[in-house]
Design a protein. Structure first.
Length: 174
């Protein structure tokens, strides 16, 4: 079945027919690319958060060990244990304190890294949403154009039918 468009050249009719068949968003590849970038940023954020969480767990276990060591040292002093043993405890606690400070620096660095990844995810989401809003706007314009085209077709059909029926009435009266 061939569509006839009144007042259009065949080329224009073909263009209208093709564009009315389905919505085609020209920036779809850009949208897909932005979605991929956003997903990659989310995966990097998840890895960064996991690394930060593990580092915090290590720091917590070090702090618990430090607290236990201090408690043991206090017990050793009360029990009047040899000063060489107390010195060993003290060196252990000093070293543990240094390790805790280093681990705290690692946790801080990983937290900053996580926040940067979070910022990248937010930026990626914003970039994707901009293109999605553009797609939605263009789709709405497309639907308006399709509705306009369909209404025009209905109006032309109704006009043609009316003119035919009017013509047949005029022929019958003669």
């Amino acid at each position: 079945m061939k569509r006839q468009l009144i007042g259009c050249s065949p080329w224009q009719a073909r263009r209208v027919r093709i564009s009315m068949d389905s919505f085609n968003f020209r920036l779809q590849p850009v949208l897909e690319h932005r979605r991929r970038l956003e997903n990659q940023a989310k995966q990097e954020l998840a890895r960064a958060k996991t690394a930060e969480h593990q580092a915090r767990e290590v720091l917590t276990s070090m702090e618990v060990a430090f607290g236990d060591g201090q408690s043991d040292m206090a017990d050793a002093r009360r029990a009047e244990i040899d000063t060489s043993e107390v010195a060993v405890y003290q060196r252990y606690l000093d070293r543990l304190k240094q390790d805790i400070a280093e681990q705290d620096g690692i946790v801080t660095t990983l937290h900053i890294h996580s926040e940067q990844r979070r910022s990248e995810v937010i930026d990626g989401m914003k970039a994707r949403k901009v293109v999605e809003k553009l797609k939605e706007r263009q789709y709405q314009e497309y639907r308006i154009e399709v509705n306009r085209y369909e209404q025009k077709q209905v109006d032309e059909f109704a006009t043609t039918r009316y003119n035919r029926s009017k013509g047949q009435i005029g022929v019958e009266q003669e």
